[in-house]
Design a protein. Structure first.
Length: 179
């Protein structure tokens, strides 16, 4: 696996090293030892999948609060998405900054989202599937979000009209620092 750190500390783009032959390819997509060697959380507690039938579906921006913060490894396994991470770690040099990447089944790239960062995406085509590996169990009492269009972050989404978005994701209040 090839790890590329982004402008946000501990957010990595991870590319599998494809071993190709006449049959296709083989690649390692997860290795606890390699993740730990890069200072990333090597724990894996849950794997989930999201399916989105329509283009312009927006999911996010979600995260879990302490003491149930989670790291995520995200890969688009069918179709393509515009993926966004927001740094919500108050002690970070990139606090409130965001990073985006297009993830697609064809590229095989993954994004590592560390604890303390919100994550979300918008689908770029119909029939999208996204695979999540998480470091801790889902805790509904600690699962929160920030609004996708909150002016505190000024995210440059590829389009903002005719979105399919849940009422919950639309209704998060303006971002405030939690102390």
């Amino acid at each position: 696996m090839i790890f590329h750190e982004t402008k946000i500390k501990s957010v990595f783009i991870i590319e599998p090293e494809l071993i190709k032959d006449e049959r296709g390819f083989f690649a390692r997509m997860w290795c606890a030892k390699e993740f730990a060697n890069h200072g990333l959380n090597p724990n894996l507690s849950q794997i989930s999948v999201a399916f989105n039938s329509k283009k312009h579906t927006l999911r996010g921006m979600h995260y879990q609060q302490a003491p149930h913060e989670e790291a995520k490894l995200v890969r688009c396994t069918s179709g393509s998405i515009y993926d966004v991470i927001i740094d919500l770690r108050a002690n970070s040099k990139t606090f409130k900054e965001w990073f985006s990447i297009e993830l697609s089944a064809n590229s095989h790239k993954m994004i590592y989202v560390p604890e303390g960062c919100a994550h979300g995406y918008i689908t770029l085509e119909d029939n999208i599937e996204v695979l999540y590996q998480m470091s801790t169990f889902y805790s509904p009492n600690h699962y929160v979000g920030v609004r996708w269009n909150d002016p505190a972050f000024n995210i440059n989404w590829p389009f903002c009209e005719n979105l399919i978005i849940s009422e919950k994701d639309k209704s998060y209040p303006d971002f405030k620092i939690i102390t």
